[in-house]
Design a protein around this ligand. Structure first.
Ligand code: ATP
Length: 306
C-alpha cells in the first residue's frame, strides 16, 4: 500500500503546486483586468504630496460608452479630513476609488492631489501616496509577516510587530504555531474575512501613506469584529486625508462630510446629523440599515442551533 501511496502523495504535491501557480496567475490577471491600458504620459512627473488634499472636478466616467456611471461628480477631501461616499449598490462608489488610483481614466473632468492632476503624475508616485484597505484583501501565499511587510519592505521586525499590534491582530498571530512565520493562503492557514482585513490594515499602517482609501466591507462581519476593525480604521485615518467608500453605513457617522451618490450624481451632502434631519435619501438608507443591524444583533444574541 505504501508503494501506491507515495506516488499518489507526490501527485498531490504536484497538483497543489499547479493549483498554486494558477491562483497566482488569476490574481495577476485580476490586477491587470483592473488596470487595462493606463500608462504614464510622456514626461509624467512624480507627485509632490505636501498635505494630500484630494479633489474631483466634474468627473464623468463610463466603463462602456452607452452606460455612464459618473455623471459629473465634484467634491474635495481637504487635507487630513474624512469624506465618506454612500449610496445604493451600483451607484458608482467603488468606481470613484478606481479612478483615484488611475486604474481608469475619466472621459472628462479632473482629479487632483494637492493641486496636481493625477493624469500628469507617474503611476508609481500616485500609488505610493495612497494606501488602500480594500473590501476583500487578497493575501499572498507566503507568511503572515511577509503579507504585512508588503506595506514597506525595509520595515524592521519591531515595526512589523507594532503595525500588527495597532491593527489588533498581534494576539492572533502570536497564537499561531509559527507566529509571524506562519504560512497563509493556499498552502497554509485560511484567515477569516476580519483577520484578512486586519492584515490589510497592518500593511497600510506600515506603508504610512498621506492619503487613505477605505473600501468598507460589503460582507457583514460579526458585530464585535466590526467594532474592533472600525476602531483600528479610525486610528489609522486620524490626521490623514481619508476617503471612505461605504457599502454599509457603519463607518460614516464621524466623517467630516458625507456624499450621497445616486445613479452617478451627488444628490445630498453634509454631516451625519445634517443629513438625518433632512429626511432624504441618506435618512432612508440609514433607517433601513438600522433595521437590518437590529435584526442581525437579535440573531447573534440567539443561542446557536447545534
Ligand atoms: P456596491 O456598493 O454594490 O459595491 P458601487 O456603488 O461601489 O456598488 P461600482 O462598483 O462603482 O458600484 O459600480 C458601478 C456600476 O458600474 C455597476 O453597475 C457595475 O456593474 C458597473 N461596473 C463596475 N465595474 C465595471 C467594469 N469593469 N466594466 C463594466 N461595468 C462595470
Amino acid at each position: 500500500l505504501i508503494q501506491l501511496y507515495q506516488p499518489l502523495n507526490f501527485m498531490g504535491m504536484v497538483y497543489r503546486e499547479i493549483k498554486q501557480a494558477v491562483t497566482d496567475i488569476e490574481q495577476m490577471f485580476d490586477i491587470l483586468d483592473r488596470a487595462p491600458e493606463i500608462a504614464d504620459k510622456p514626461g509624467a512627473k512624480p507627485l509632490v504630496v505636501h498635505e494630500g488634499a484630494v479633489r474631483f472636478e466634474d468627473v464623468r466616467f463610463a466603463y462602456v460608452p452607452e452606460r455612464p456611471i459618473l455623471k459629473g461628480v465634484s467634491f474635495e477631501v481637504p487635507a487630513g479630513k474624512t469624506v465618506a461616499i454612500v449610496g445604493p449598490s451600483g451607484a458608482g462608489k467603488s468606481t470613484i476609488s478606481r479612478l483615484l488610483f488611475r486604474f481608469y481614466e475619466p472621459q472628462s473632468g479632473r482629479i487632483l492631489i494637492d493641486g496636481q492632476p493625477i493624469a500628469d503624475a507617474t503611476q508609481k508616485s500616485l500609488r505610493a501616496a495612497i494606501g488602500m484597505v480594500p473590501q476583500d484583501t487578497v493575501l499572498f501565499n507566503d507568511t503572515i509577516g511577509y503579507n504585512i511587510r508588503y506595506g514597506r519592505w525595509e520595515a524592521t521586525e519591531a515595526e512589523v510587530e507594532e503595525a500588527a499590534a495597532l491593527a489588533q491582530i498581534d494576539r492572533f498571530i502570536r497564537s499561531l504555531p509559527e507566529g509571524f512565520a506562519t504560512s497563509v493562503g493556499e498552502r497554509g492557514l485560511k484567515l477569516s474575512g476580519g483577520e484578512k482585513q486586519r492584515v490589510a490594515i497592518a500593511r497600510t499602517i506600515l506603508k504610512g501613506p498621506p492619503i487613505l482609501v477605505l473600501d468598507e466591507a460589503t460582507s457583514a462581519l460579526d458585530s464585535f469584529t466590526e467594532k474592533d476593525i472600525q476602531d483600528a480604521l479610525e486610528r489609522i485615518s486620524r490626521g490623514r486625508t481619508t476617503l471612505v467608500i461605504a457599502h454599509r453605513l457603519s463607518t460614516v457617522v464621524n466623517a467630516d462630510e458625507i456624499l450621497v451618490l445616486d445613479k452617478g450624481v451627488v444628490v445630498e451632502r453634509g454631516s451625519h446629523p445634517d443629513l438625518l434631519s433632512r429626511g432624504g435619501v441618506y435618512a432612508q438608507l440609514w433607517n433601513r440599515q438600522r433595521e437590518v443591524d437590529e435584526a442581525r444583533a437579535t440573531l447573534e444574541g440567539l443561542p446557536r442551533e447545534e
